[in-house]
Ligand binder design. Structure first.
Ligand code: OSB
Ligand code: MG
Length: 370
């Protein structure tokens, strides 16, 4: 039984975060998210485009998503006969970049296929675990005291590792204070490309804090300088921004640009490529974990499914709905156990229902493509 999409409904929603989120490239208070509903008859699959509000993490932003889907993606998807969702990626692979937009559509079709087959998405993609380990990503705060308080809260909630955002001026001395207060926790730092090789002596100081890893210290599109830095550091480097395909993962591993890779569905363009990145890493003994992009419940549910693949052996940035939203757009919300785990739903598709009534109240713009 193949899949034929007869309608795509795009929705742009705006939803405030419970607490602002700051990275080295800026502070976010409200999320502007494009959701993709792919329909085959009366069955729908849902995807989330994980682009940010500005083109600062990568080249995409909420405003670039809409025209790209209308002008370039939907015409290649609508009415096309897919034997399997694994064929979707190749239909839009001629588009340069814009993986998050391509991935928002692709993941919707994976969800649709799983719902049509009445099976959980995590099993459909080859997942092997019923429970996933969770960490949290904590943004840059106004004061170290506020950061310490937040870490305290998340450790008490049971999260298995703490990731803190760093940038020049909010790095070594802040980490030193975190380590003094929390000598035992699994701790890591994410720089979102805020440094260059000129900072190598400064970055070496991070080796004092037995971090699990330091994430994407150098340029968003670099693997060569990361290889130089990794050779100079004891702390493992984890690559995020610069791994956008399985081929790039393979090259980064060959160059020894890092020892860990964070996989984000959007950054690599959906489940097809995410599985290939996963497989390349597994074959090379590179552990992976699932990154996050402050997703609503839809993207979060996809991330949970992805995290069930066998080589997702480190806790990811997939955490409870309530850390982001007063009310999520899925029911039930994503909940995390006192030991920092999420139990994976066995309901069809990504395993949660859409809260349509609440979703309606968030819509900025909606369009049906046929
Ligand atoms: O680099 O992992 C990142 C959020 C926005 C942009 C980039 C990143 C992040 C996060 C948030 O770290 C992870 C989460 O969804 O909690
Ligand atoms: Mg990151």
């Amino acid at each position: 039984m193949g899949i034929k999409i007869d309608r795509i409904i795009l929705r742009h929603i705006r939803i405030p975060l419970v607490h602002f989120f700051e990275t080295s490239f800026g502070r976010t208070f409200d999320r502007d998210i494009v959701l993709v509903e792919a329909c085959a008859g009366d069955v729908s699959g849902w995807g989330e485009v994980t682009a940010g509000e500005n083109p600062f993490y990568n080249e995409e932003w909420t405003g670039s998503v809409w025209p790209l889907i209308i002008d370039y993606i939907a015409p290649r998807i609508l009415k096309h006969e897919f034997a399997d969702a694994s064929e979707v990626n190749a239909r839009t692979a001629h588009i340069r970049g814009h993986n998050m937009t391509r991935g928002g559509v692709e993941t919707a079709i994976w969800d649709l296929q799983a719902r049509l087959h009445n099976e959980p998405l995590w099993k459909a993609i080859g997942g092997t675990r019923h429970e996933i380990g969770c960490g949290v990503s904590i943004g840059i705060q106004d004061s170290v005291e506020q950061l310490l308080e937040m870490i305290e809260t998340e450790v008490a909630a049971g999260y298995q590792r703490i990731k803190m955002k760093i940038k020049p001026g909010w790095d070594v001395e802040v980490i030193r204070q975190v380590r003094e207060r929390f000598p035992q926790i699994k701790l890591m730092a994410d720089a979102n490309s805020a440094y260059t090789l000129a900072d190598i002596d400064h970055l070496k100081k991070l080796d004092d804090f037995y971090l699990m890893m330091i994430e994407q210290p150098l340029a968003h599109d670099d693997i060569i300088d990361h290889a130089v830095l990794q050779a100079a550091l004891q702390t493992p480097i984890c690559l995020d921004e610069c791994i956008r395909s399985a081929h790039q993962a393979e090259q980064a591993i060959r160059l020894k640009a890092g020892r860990i890779i964070n996989i984000k569905l959007g950054r690599v363009g959906g489940f097809g490529e995410a599985k290939r990145v996963h497989d390349v890493c597994q074959a090379n003994n590179i552990p992976v974990w699932c990154g996050g992009m402050l997703e609503s419940g839809i993207g979060r549910a996809h991330n949970i499914a992805l995290s069930t693949l066998p080589n997702f052996v480190l806790p990811g940035d997939v955490s409870a709905s309530k850390r982001y939203w007063k009310r999520d757009i899925i029911v039930p919300p994503v909940e995390v156990s006192p030991t920092g785990t999420i139990t994976v739903s066995d309901a069809p598709g990504f395993g949660y229902e859409i809260d349509k009534e609440f979703l309606e109240t968030l819509i900025v713009r909606q369009e049906t493509l046929i």
